[in-house]
Design a protein around this ligand. Structure first.
Ligand code: ADP
Ligand code: ADP
Length: 231
């Protein structure tokens, strides 16, 4: 599904140039659940932004389903992203002015789906995230764990092939975080490819594979099993 070749990302602010990613090579297969770990500033967010086509590499290639997307124009990247990729964030990023139903409906508004089908899909996905009983609530009326379940429902309502999660349990207590990891695992087992940035070793154990970044380079790639034994 994903192939990254000799990909670098450099940022220039005034006179300072930062190499956030340095000649990265990476492949992710459809159906995988991959965790990305590493110290603050090592390039995790930059990599996730590029995978999500929110940003483009300075050099190198990014192939998504065999199509080169890294060097496409922004409008082209946006078109490819829609329907293929969605996001879950540490801080939930729900729209406070919209109730739960409307938040989860958002990605469907970009697609050619009838009103009735949209409603059915939103209710189905809310149910699966065990948050259907809160569909008329507003984000601020929900607990953190509930907000993240809504955010995951929104991320998958349009059936993306790839789900990118940036520290999805970072603002949750341990038990609630575990529930969120179980939901992600369930989605993955039903076919959604997941790439998750995490600082949590427990969460990384849910992944099939752990990619460790250090200073913009891939240091180690461990299967979850190997990872568990060295930690
Ligand atoms: P996290 O490690 O929690 O993912 P961030 O990705 O928000 O944190 O930030 C990591 C580092 O990248 C920080 O040192 C931050 O200052 C820097 N950074 C992120 N975005 C920008 C930006 N737009 N301009 C300058 N520095 C940034
Ligand atoms: P992480 O997510 O692992 O904390 P980041 O990908 O946010 O790391 O950042 C990697 C490096 O790139 C850091 O040195 C950060 O300060 C820098 N960086 C990230 N985004 C920007 C930006 N928009 N402008 C300038 N520097 C940035």
């Amino acid at each position: 599904m994903i192939k990254i070749e000799n990909l670098s990302k450099r940022f220039r602010t005034e006179d300072v140039e930062t190499t956030a990613l340095n000649e990265i090579n990476l492949e992710i297969k459809e159906g995988e659940f991959v965790a990305i770990m590493g110290p603050s500033g090592c390039g995790k967010s930059t990599l996730l932004n590029i995978l999500g086509m929110l940003d483009s590499p300075s050099s190198g290639n990014y192939y998504f389903n065999k199509q080169e997307v890294g060097n496409q124009k922004e409008s082209q990247r946006n078109a490819i992203r829609k329907g293929n990729i969605n996001f879950v964030f540490q801080s939930f990023n729900l729209i406070d002015e919209l109730n739960v139903f409307r938040n989860v409906e958002l990605p469907l508004n970009y697609l050619n789906v009838s009103k009735a089908d949209k409603k059915a899909r939103v209710l189905e996905v809310l149910d699966r995230m065990k948050i259907g009983h809160r569909k008329n609530h507003y984000p601020q009326q929900l607990s953190g764990g509930q907000q993240q379940r809504v955010a995951i429902a929104r991320a998958v309502s349009a059936n993306p092939k790839l789900l990118l999660a940036d520290e999805p349990t970072g603002n949750l207590d341990s038990k609630t975080g575990l529930e969120v990891m179980n939901l992600l695992t369930e989605l993955n087992s039903e076919g959604t490819t997941i790439v998750m940035v995490t600082h949590s070793e427990r969460d990384a154990e849910f992944a099939h594979r752990v990619i460790r970044l250090f200073d913009g380079e891939v240091m180690t790639e461990k299967t979850a099993k190997e990872f568990a034994t060295i930690n």
